[in-house]
Design a protein around this ligand. Structure first.
Ligand SMILES: C[S@@+](CC[C@H](N)C(=O)[O-])C[C@H]1O[C@@H](n2cnc3c(N)ncnc32)[C@H](O)[C@@H]1O
Length: 236
């Protein structure tokens, strides 16, 4: 790590515009884009240690069949995309994210499986560049808890639009803490939202149901004191 990035890591608010420091519980797309540009270089060194279990559970429960059309929404550095595309050599796996810096890292990660059939695209989850009924599966880990409520609603509508009838959704979000240590993390995420990439606990089940999804299963997972929820849903 060079001295400049060390300084950014130790003093993460250095250089962040005042408006981007965040005092509210939900951030605009432009703020999120600025934040992820700044934290992309440390994302993989930190986030898997608090999120891998829930993400892996969602991927395993989604049980993608080789040959399916799969969308990973808010793909970030491609942690889920690698696994989704790795088992889908006869289908197509598409990763979408708002942040070019996060996508750059996803592109680098995907070089590990050079023959995979996948695409990476910069786009806003609230306005996806795909026709209706394009995908069999939509996976989204730790995106819907980052979006402001209006954008979350629009992203869910977009997930529904691009998913075929009978299609499956696997969504992972931070969820509400149950123990003291978990409350500490959430308090920190609220006090320093930039450090948490804007993520905060949400209850997704009612939003999924209001959008028209049938929630078929759900579980929570606590890893290193951070509690995540996994939701499996279908489009009837
Ligand atoms: C917490 S990260 C999750 C990344 C990855 N899915 C994972 O599980 O590690 C949230 C990601 O959502 C992206 N994001 C934020 N707002 C977005 C939007 N409106 N549309 C698409 N991606 C967005 C961010 O750039 C970031 O890469």
């Amino acid at each position: 790590m060079n001295p400049k990035s060390l300084l950014r890591w130790r003093f993460p608010l250095t250089g962040i515009p005042r408006t981007a420091r965040g005092v509210t519980s939900a951030q605009s797309a432009s703020t999120l884009r600025a934040w992820y540009a700044r934290i992309a270089h440390v994302y993989d060194a930190v986030v898997p240690y608090v999120s891998e279990e829930a993400r892996t559970e969602a991927l395993s429960r989604l049980n993608v069949t080789n040959g399916e059309q799969v969308l990973d929404l808010g793909t970030g550095t491609g942690l889920a995309l690698l696994s989704l595309a790795g088992g889908n050599s006869k289908g197509w796996t598409e990763g979408v994210d708002l942040s070019t810096e996060m996508l750059r890292r996803a592109r680098r990660r995907m070089k590990r499986i050079p023959h995979a059939r996948y695409g990476l695209r910069q786009a806003d989850a609230t306005s996806l560049p795909y026709p209706d009924d394009s995908f069999d599966v939509v996976c989204s880990s730790y995106l819907l808890d980052v979006l402001p409520p209006t954008d979350r609603h629009e992203a869910l509508q977009e997930m529904k639009r691009v998913l075929r009838s009978g299609g499956r959704v696997g969504a992972v979000t931070l969820t509400h803490p149950e123990r003291a240590l978990e409350r500490l993390w959430v308090g920190m995420a609220r006090a320093l939202p930039f450090l948490a990439g804007g993520a905060r606990p949400v209850t997704l089940r009612p939003s999924l149901q209001d959008t028209g999804f049938i929630v078929t299963d759900g579980s929570t997972h606590c890893q290193a004191g951070l509690r995540s929820a996994v939701y499996l849903a279908t489009l009837g």
